[in-house]
Write a protein that binds this ligand. Structure first.
Ligand code: NAP
Length: 279
């Protein structure tokens, strides 16, 4: 599994991690087994959130006895982003995850609380050792500029954003901004949250051709395409073991320039939207 340095943390993190939204909708032991299989295959970046129902409890079970292997990320909702609520929400997540620290803690999206308050609380939790880093999610460039002005250089670990072959808006400005400022980009919903290019679409046809040429699966090709830039990581969610195996194997796949060019033409970036899309 390929690793890259995760923004200013300086820590190597696998390019493919594991999402947990709706992971426990089926059978809890299966969700735990899926995450453990992912860990066995090197997908040690686990993404969860206070918002994802029982997901933090599922993660706690999956990482029991293996905490040191995991790059553990959770998120706080914007309505818990005040100085006091961030601390309470973080402590609740730590308790649910049965751990004493998070590798990163993200503001899930921009809300009404001044960033000074939220970032001040994040930095306080860093000083206490409860957070090893903090970041943001669904931040467009003006929000990133504001966060940088508050926090200073080298403090924003990552920006977790919607990015898949059918939604490439981040490539216009967010991705270049993050690359210029050393902020890791974490692509969420890499399969479009179940809107993967079908066989009748141009993207689906090119994915099928490249899959036939390389022996890789279409999902692996999509993951390799999304993580082609030096600062991009991704966190597909997979409840089925076959899907977990498939995704992990993408961690060692790189596309040729020509393969990427064909995908780029089949799944065009499109014009820059007025607002950064989010799920
Ligand atoms: P996703 O990862 O784009 O897609 C998940 C779907 O793809 C599931 O139906 C899964 O099936 C299927 N799948 C996974 N691997 C597959 C494979 N190799 N072959 C075929 N199908 C496969 O969706 P997502 O859950 O929206 O996004 C991933 C993670 O990003 C979330 O779980 C969450 O952690 C994070 N996220 C963050 C935000 C944010 O605002 N920050 C928003 C959305 C998501 P099975 O589950 O049946 O295996």
């Amino acid at each position: 599994m390929r690793q890259k340095i995760f923004g200013p943390t300086g820590r190597p993190v696998p390019v493919i991690g594991q999402g947990t939204w709706s992971l426990d909708e089926g059978h809890r032991p299966d969700a735990v087994a899926a995450l453990r299989r992912g860990l066995d295959l090197g997908m040690s970046h686990i993404d969860t959130a206070d918002m994802y129902g029982e997901a933090e409890l599922v993660v706690a079970e999956a990482i029991a006895g293996r905490r040191d292997e995991v790059f553990l990320v959770s998120k706080v909702l914007p309505n818990h982003a005040s100085a006091r609520s961030v601390v309470t929400a973080c402590e609740r997540s730590l308790a649910r995850l049965k751990t004493d620290r998070l590798d990163s803690y993200l503001l899930h999206w921009r809300g009404g609380t001044p960033l000074e308050e939220t970032i001040g609380a994040f930095e306080g939790l860093v000083r206490q050792g409860k957070l090893l880093s903090w970041g943001v999610s669904n931040f467009d460039v003006p929000d990133l500029e504001e966060a940088l002005a508050v926090a200073g250089d080298g403090r924003i670990a990552c920006n977790q954003v919607l990015y898949h072959l059918g939604e490439r808006a981040i490539e216009h400005a967010v991705l270049p901004w993050c690359e210029a400022h050393g902020v890791a980009v974490v692509a969420y919903s890499p399969f479009g949250h179940d809107d993967f290019p079908g066989p009748d679409s141009a993207g689906g046809r090119v994915l099928g051709e490249i899959a036939a040429e390389t022996g890789a699966t279409q999902r692996q090709i999509a993951l390799a395409a999304l993580t082609r830039s030096a600062s991009v990581f991704t966190i597909p969610k997979a409840a089925r073991l076959a899907h977990v195996n498939d995704n992990a194997a993408a961690g060692d796949l790189t596309l040729t320039d020509r393969q990427w060019q064909r995908l780029d033409e089949a799944c065009p970036r499109g014009p820059k939207p007025a607002h950064l899309p989010m799920l």
